[in-house]
Design a protein around this ligand. Structure first.
Ligand SMILES: C[S@@+](CC[C@H](N)C(=O)[O-])C[C@H]1O[C@@H](n2cnc3c(N)ncnc32)[C@H](O)[C@@H]1O
Length: 199
């Protein structure tokens, strides 16, 4: 049995670690690139307000954003699947989930997100949080829209911090008549897209 700490305490540790680490390292792969705390609060509200239970996060890093999603999933009776391909980050995330006692509601996959999206069943997810390899989002869009259930919500980070980079993806989603979208100025900019409740 491992000792657990309150989720809030683990989140606070990760906030301090992420800020110090990302200032100190120059190699982008060693950065944690965590969401901002207000983005975490926003995600928590979105999960609770929509009652999302089947949640997928693309881009775990060391699990900071996952902790926000997992806390909210505990309130909705849901489950979070999170995907990370970098081994060191996936290992750290697993340690953090165990430390915060959320490993029961988190499935942490060590994989390329594309493979996970490919095998995900149609209309099987209530909420997807997208925070990974932005250049690949346009290619992932057909899979993302297939796996979101009617009424489901896609949330993408970095909509304002990397506006130029994500513009082709936003164009695709905004042009899709099945989706309603909104750009929310929280943290690094959260792009929301919800699928019409009926086909
Ligand atoms: C911005 S960070 C995620 C930060 C995390 N959501 C948080 O706020 O704590 C992006 C992560 O996505 C991972 N990543 C990028 N492309 C990926 C892919 N195709 N499959 C899985 N993970 C990927 C990177 O290794 C990196 O750790």
């Amino acid at each position: 049995m491992h000792e657990t700490r309150p989720v809030s305490a683990v989140k606070a540790e990760l906030e301090a670690f992420g800020a110090a680490n990302d200032r100190a390292v120059s190699d982008g792969r060693e950065r944690m690139l965590n969401i901002t705390p207000d983005t975490g609060e926003f995600l928590g509200v979105l999960v609770r307000a929509t009652g999302a239970r089947r949640i997928l996060e693309v881009g775990t890093s060391n699990g900071y954003s996952t902790l926000w999603l997992a806390e909210a999933a505990m309130a909705t009776g849901g489950q979070v699947t999170t995907v990370e391909w970098a081994t060191d980050k996936w290992v750290k995330a697993g340690e953090n989930f165990a430390a915060a006692g959320v490993d029961g509601v988190v499935e942490s996959l060590h994989a390329d997100a594309e493979k996970v999206l490919e095998r995900q069943e149609e209309a099987s997810l209530d909420l997807i949080f997208l925070d990974a390899d932005r250049g690949r989002y346009p290619d992932w869009w057909p899979m993302l829209r297939r796996v979101l259930c009617p009424g489901g919500l896609l949330v993408m980070d970095n909509a304002t911090s990397h506006a130029e980079e994500v513009a082709p993806f936003l164009d695709l989603v905004e042009d899709d008549p099945a989706f309603s979208t909104s750009l929310v100025p929280v943290g690094k900019g959260e792009f929301l897209a919800t699928r019409a409740a009926s086909p």
